[in-house]
Design a protein around this ligand. Structure first.
Ligand SMILES: [Ca+2]
Ligand SMILES: [Ca+2]
Length: 177
């Protein structure tokens, strides 16, 4: 596992701990899901249902595989190696990547404008400056749009244990203090 990959998923863990308890549980996922759905103002009900299902699968996969003692909480030390294991977590992340990136394309033309990208990523909790750096790293076109597929692939790469120097690393760097 690369250091960069560990840092990426540690950041996700801290954001998914939406209630700040230091562990993640189903309440955190409810809070996070509501925040993202609220930010997806232009999306239709089926796209919202898809992200709700993807968040639910994310949580239930973690809980089923990691919460052996049944206390309903996941620690960062349990989370990190599991979500960075493509064999075990890859299909869950692929569904999540499809559902989240689709929210950025409510008109279905296959492209995501920056003003649609930023609020969705802010809803998850990423820093605004880092979100813009990520969008820039995805190589937007002259109209400041990126392909949906580029974003989806970027999410999957974010969880790749051996990748470094990828666009997703912009989300980790230079957090404001
Ligand atoms: Ca929590
Ligand atoms: Ca679009």
């Amino acid at each position: 596992m690369r250091d960069e990959a560990a840092k990426r998923v540690e950041l996700v863990f801290s954001l998914f701990d939406a209630n700040g308890s230091g562990v993640i549980d189903s309440d955190d996922f409810d809070l996070m899901t509501d925040r993202v759905v609220e930010a997806a103002t232009a999306s239709d009900d089926s796209a919202k249902a898809a992200i709700q299902a993807a968040f639910r699968r994310y949580w239930t996969t973690l809980a089923a595989e990691l919460d052996a003692n049944g206390d309903g909480v996941i620690t960062v030390d349990e989370f990190r190696p599991f979500v960075l294991d493509p064999e075990r977590f890859g299909p869950t992340i692929a569904e999540f990547a499809r559902a989240l990136s689709a929210l950025g394309d409510p008109d279905g033309d296959g492209l995501v404008e920056r003003p649609l990208f930023v609020p969705l990523m802010k809803a998850i909790g990423f820093e605004e400056a880092n979100i813009h750096s990520l969008f820039d790293a995805f190589g937007p076109d002259a109209a400041d749009r990126i392909p949906v597929a580029t974003w989806a692939a970027g999410i999957e790469d974010y969880y790749a244990p051996d990748m470094a120097g990828i666009p997703g690393d912009h989300l980790v760097s230079a957090r404001a203090v």
